[in-house]
Design a protein around this ligand. Structure first.
Ligand code: MRU
Length: 338
């Protein structure tokens, strides 16, 4: 099967003309509930609470938040922009989408004009993902096993996904014969979301605990680690979900290749290196309890950074819709993104 649209049936960010409907990712996989937002404040809250998550999806949701503000007038746009911008710090797609909406509003603040811009942002993301899927799948080889981390699929984007798009394309072409998903503690994006999304689209996958990654690679079942990104710095360093960095180190040790898949909206040429990327810290209770149930002794403290930085030197390929960068560094990044 070579249809790039196959195995892609989930949509998480839905514009309904007067409101933004979000598939509530806090409740998956046990409930498919939607949350409707009618104000930019509600959109910002939904981003903070991870109702919608994944770098491209939060940018798209924020763009629709600006459309909701525009219906209340020019001043409402001006106050919505900083509110939405502050919702989460690490994924640059959020700032990128808001910059784009701000530029559009400077030309024409009419809600209909801004609606068209938000729709373009959403449509372009889907097109980029399909293109990256084909580019990334072309690098894989034959009969390969892949390990992915977090959720980078239709839930995290306008559709198809970044790393999960490469996996969709690789499964469709037959290049990928084994898919492993890491559980992605503490919020369990891999266990709760990726396993649900792949099951929904009839792609067979095997869940592994995050701590099984080295043992899995040593077993020879995985030839590529394929992940997404929240921000790619000018030198090719990549911020992504916590645990990505250790996967890259373990992959290099075992001769497993490491691919990052992200649209140009994730590239931040104004940030020199990964050291300059703000890493979001979330509530320690995400670690101290599970499913609302305390799992650690009262009084215990926890440190909960939710992203880390993988140095460019550990990355074999960055796949974007503009093309593939093998062994990224400042020069190759500049050549594609200057
Ligand atoms: O905290 P999250 O779930 O928003 O983190 C998501 C990730 O780290 C993804 O890997 C990244 O945003 C890419 S999604 C295409």
């Amino acid at each position: 099967m070579n249809d790039t649209n196959a195995h892609d049936t989930v949509r998480s960010v839905l514009w309904r003309g007067d409101r933004l409907r979000l598939l509530d990712q806090r409740k998956l996989p046990f409930a498919e509930d939607y949350l409707d937002c009618t104000t930019p404040e509600e959109v910002a809250q939904a981003i903070r609470d991870l109702v919608v998550r994944g770098a491209p999806a939060i940018g798209i949701a924020a763009a629709w938040g600006v459309v909701l503000a525009a219906r209340r007038g020019r001043n409402a746009i001006d106050s919505a922009l900083p509110l939405l911008r502050a919702a989460r710090p690490t994924a640059v797609n959020l700032m990128w989408a808001l910059d784009r909406m701000q530029r559009a509003a400077a030309t024409d603040a009419d809600p209909q004009a801004l609606e068209a811009e938000a729709q373009r942002i959403q449509d372009e993301d889907l097109a980029a993902n399909r293109h990256m899927g084909a580019l990334g799948a072309g690098l894989l080889g034959e009969n390969v096993g892949v390990l992915t981390h977090c959720n980078t699929g239709s839930l995290a984007t306008a559709g198809y996904g970044t790393a999960l798009g490469v996996i969709r394309a690789g499964v469709s072409s037959g290049a990928i014969t084994r898919v492993f998903a890491g559980e992605t503690r503490p919020w369990l994006q891999g266990a709760r979301l990726t396993m649900w999304e792949l099951g929904h689209d009839a792609i067979a996958a095997t869940l592994v605990s995050d701590s099984a990654a080295a043992h899995l690679m040593k077993s020879g079942q995985v030839q590529w680690v394929v992940v997404g990104a929240d921000r790619i710095a000018a030198n090719g360093d990549v911020a992504n979900k916590i645990g990505t960095y250790q996967l890259a180190i373990v992959a290099r040790h075992h001769g497993v290749k490491f691919m990052v898949v992200a649209p140009a909206s994730t590239v931040d040429m104004a940030t020199a290196s990964g050291a300059d990327i703000e890493i979001e810290m979330r509530d320690p209770h995400e670690l101290l309890s599970h499913a609302g149930q305390r799992t650690v002794v009262e009084g215990a403290v926890a440190w909960n950074p939710v992203f880390d930085v993988t140095p460019a030197g550990l990355i074999d390929a960055i796949v974007t819709e503009r093309g593939v960068i093998e062994h990224p560094d400042g020069n190759s990044m500049r050549a594609l993104f200057a």
